[in-house]
Ligand binder design. Sequence first.
Ligand code: SAH
Ligand code: SF4
Length: 428
Amino acid sequence: MNIHESEKIAGTLRAMGYVECDDENQADVIVFNTCCIRDNAEKRALGNIGAFKHLKKANPNMILAVVGCMTQQDGAGLNLRQKYPYVDIVLGTNNLAELENAINKLKNTGKKSVLIDQNENPQVLEGEKKYRTSGCNAWLNIMYGCNNFCTYCIVPYVRGRERSRKMVNVLDEFRRLIDEGYKEITLLGQNVNSYGHDLNDGSNFAKLLEEISKIDGKHRVRFMTSHPKDLNRDVIDIIANSKSICNNIHLPIQSGSNKILNLMNRHYTREYYLDTVEAIKEKIPNCGITTDLMVGFPYEEEADFQDTLDIVRRVKYSSAFTFVYSIRKGTKAALMPQVPPEVSKDRITRLIAEQNKITKMLSKEYEGNVYEVLCEDKAPKRVGYVCGRTDSGRLVTFKGDEQLIGQFVNVKIDKSQSASLFGSLVEE
Ligand code: SAH
Ligand code: SF4
């Protein structure tokens, strides 16, 4: 979501005539796109902004802007203005479209801008300029905001309520991306399964996927994120029957303990979640299931943590994002009794070790088999090698020419190393 938002910022700047540069000393404009989902993301953003003070001093004409969800928190605008007075422009998540005006105003009048619109239901924008930076992969927003108010999460406060783009606009953009040659499109939303509910025109996620499935051509579709309470059997069936929708579902469970899920306001139980996973595995064999897991949520005891480990062992995720719970001011969980940091640290270490074992075991199962891989990029740090993903979402590195980037190729997996797969091209 944030990467794509940055692509929109870059699109606006390019349309104004700016070009990308990789040396900050040369930059005329620097925009920090911030995130406040966890404390460390916020600290990093503030650290980076602080580190640019000297640049601004050396080059007072340089324009410094801070945007993104960090700015949207209560009192953040004022705080930024006081602590970082050299920042020229602060825009909230609903004010990104005002970047061009704010830059022009600063250049023409010297006036700074702090624009943070607190409206929870801002209008859904269409036709934003985008400068895409992810090779043959493209991101596509289908909706914005979130209604779920998980008790740990800041997103509903900084991104407002669920707003879906009209289906015709999503399909239009999808077709355009395919015409432009993109090979993999990832549909984005905080909870894609609620897509369309706010439109009141009969649209829903299953229908959207069905329409997308009908679009001709050789390409892949992924989506994130699915909330386990809303991923229904219709969607599972459509994925199972679609050629273009990847066999890959990101299904964040957060915790394996019913007590903790309830305290988190997640609206499902471990049993309900496991039923969904069973339905996925039955209908979509070889589906790569990934998840988000959190440890150290208030009231989490060792027995709750054991329930999380148990889920990890049962589901066998191909990979998992693991987080230590981080207090977010203004959320309900911030008022609950907190777990000591050393306990959380111990749990996250054990959780990562357990998941690594599973990832390694699943990787072994790929060895010796041939998979269709979308070649996406040069391999990092390996000259003469390229990399791409299987339909299930696993990253494969193989010897090959850069000309393969953007093509579907068959790759035999020769060996695996924890999460990484290494293979060789199978000639047609
Ligand atoms: N909308 C998505 C996730 C958005 S945030 C969903 O519901 O699944 C991505 C992940 O960050 C979450 O799944 C959660 O695991 C993690 N996260 C969110 N708030 C957090 C917090 N306060 N502390 C630690 N991790 C958090
Ligand atoms: Fe946050 Fe929950 Fe909404 Fe995801 S569903 S963005 S975790 S409140």
